[in-house]
Design a protein around this ligand. Sequence first.
Ligand code: NAD
Length: 290
Amino acid sequence: MVAAVIDGKAFAEGLRGRVAEGVAAFTASTGRKPGLAVVLVGQDPASQVYVRSKGKATIAAGMESFEHRLPETTSQEELIALVRRLNDNETVDGILVQLPLPKGIDEQAVIATIDPAKDVDGFHVINAGRLAVGEEALVPCTPLGCLMLLKDRLGDLSGKEAVVIGRSNIVGKPMAQLLLQQNCTVTIAHSRSKDLPGVVRRADIVVAAVGRPEMVKGDWLKPGAAVIDVGINRVDGKLVGDVDFASASEVAGAITPVPGGVGPMTIAVLLRNTLVAAHARAGLAPPEGL
Ligand code: NAD
């Protein structure tokens, strides 16, 4: 084993601590706590776990948590009406609609209703567009967390070859935009890419966001590469990433484990985005070091 293991859990704890300090200062200066509203429609078990842990983390950071649990039978109109009420609610700084939504509800239509200033998931086209043109934006939590881990490990990313595997709007595309902003040479690989091992072998930085257990092997990697594994796959009751950790850690310079790598960063960045949104809505500059 040569690779350093990137401890996302420890980094996320540090970030949550800095957010909690920022929350205390915000509350002292404005007389109100930042508020995060999370909307869950239906009974999806994984979503229920995520929503519960988001609520707990929000309260632990000193923020107000508003949970809205709606039945599976909720119509698109009812959901959109709730989002509009949350847009108008001054005590709500962040709105997160937990995906996936039940069949029959158009996710894009719901996301398009969220006030971009409260879109702490960064999924609204306004925020995606701002990120693409390099304006101040709320950026999707998982890729922003990946970037934080990379900068913490590597410092300046300028000129590095980065390969992002996966082109989803939630992870792959915003990840590529963030790396481009850091002056990386960015390749986005996906299900139709040819010779994926050959493409990945060029990379100083590999971000795997595919959803295929242990797909990326050690012999696909350039020696010393930094490997960020976004994948969360359940195999025989065990969580594994999109990277074959055993072989990859023989070749990589640094690698995130699953669990304990990218996963804990997502909620920490959600809290960070909520604090940033609260500052922007109050006309305040966000705290330093977030
Ligand atoms: P998605 O299904 O929306 O996208 C997967 C992408 O992988 C697609 O763009 C597709 O082109 C690409 N792909 C599929 N098969 C491929 C192949 N054989 N070779 C190359 N590319 C291929 O998934 P997503 O929402 O981007 O999530 C990806 C993974 O990350 C999943 O395992 C998901 O559970 C995980 N995830 C983790 C977090 C976290 O907090 N750690 C957050 C979001 C997603």
